[in-house]
Design a protein around this ligand. Structure first.
Ligand code: ADP
Ligand code: MG
Length: 212
């Protein structure tokens, strides 16, 4: 992009503002809505068949609250969204996704725009908070199997993060669940894709989509 074009467009290349993060969550909400039945189907195999409906309700509420009062900074968009998820989504995934967004937002502080690199660091802090809250690690067949590699790959590019999340979600199929409801099934959890890792891959794909 030439300098002239940058001035005309009025935005700094390589920096992402509150509107970008709001678009991300709006596209994520559409993806969750579209894929809700599939997420619930995955959760019916190794859980209690509510993951799609849980997230659909949560992300619809997130979109609403952000549209009513658009926060001014990337950090505030994410902390507001996280708070909303915690208060509207039951089950394990509400507090876990809520913590992910709140801690990521907190790590971004009150900057008006952030770089991809700064966001990658903040996302890694959010993912670490999820691991701490749920006591899980990579390989336990949870959302962390998509989120940990995605946060790492985001240091390289948005597209790399998307690929890493999708591969991480697929890699949960042969795993035995060690955390959450699916762990009650023991060996019988093997052979099914984890619903939370699948929804995490959707969220990261939405991010790559808005980043273009
Ligand atoms: P619930 O299990 O309470 O019904 P959901 O169905 O909405 O909640 O979410 C299930 C998903 O939450 C799982 O597929 C898994 O990815 C994630 N999950 C469950 N427990 C944990 C945990 N301790 N750490 C990380 N992720 C977890
Ligand atoms: Mg469930």
């Amino acid at each position: 992009m030439s300098e002239v074009t940058e001035v005309i467009e009025g935005n700094e290349p390589g920096r992402f503002d509150a509107a970008f993060f709001q678009r991300w969550l709006s596209v994520a909400a559409s993806a969750v809505d579209r894929e809700a039945d599939r997420l619930t189907e995955l959760d019916s195999a190794i859980g209690d068949a509510d993951h799609g409906s849980n997230l659909k309700r949560g992300f619809a509420a997130v979109t609403d609250v952000l549209e009513k009062e658009p926060p001014a900074t990337p950090g505030a968009v994410l902390t507001t969204a996280g708070r909303q998820l915690i208060s509207t989504v039951g089950g394990a995934s509400g507090p876990l996704y809520g913590t992910l967004l709140r801690r990521t937002g907190k790590a971004l502080g009150d900057a008006g725009t952030v770089t991809r690199e700064t966001f990658a660091d903040a996302l890694a802090a959010g993912v670490a908070a999820v691991a701490q809250l749920g006591g899980a690690q990579v390989g336990d067949k949870t959302m962390l199997d998509a989120l940990v590699p995605a946060a790492e790959a985001l240091r390289e590019s948005f597209a790399a993060a998307r690929t890493a999340a999708e591969e991480g979600a697929l890699a949960t199929v042969p795993l035995r669940a060690r955390k959450g409801r699916a762990s009650y099934l023991g060996e019988r959890s093997i052979g099914h894709q984890d619903p939370g890792a699948t929804s995490s891959a959707l969220l990261i794909a939405a991010l790559a989509e808005v980043a273009g």
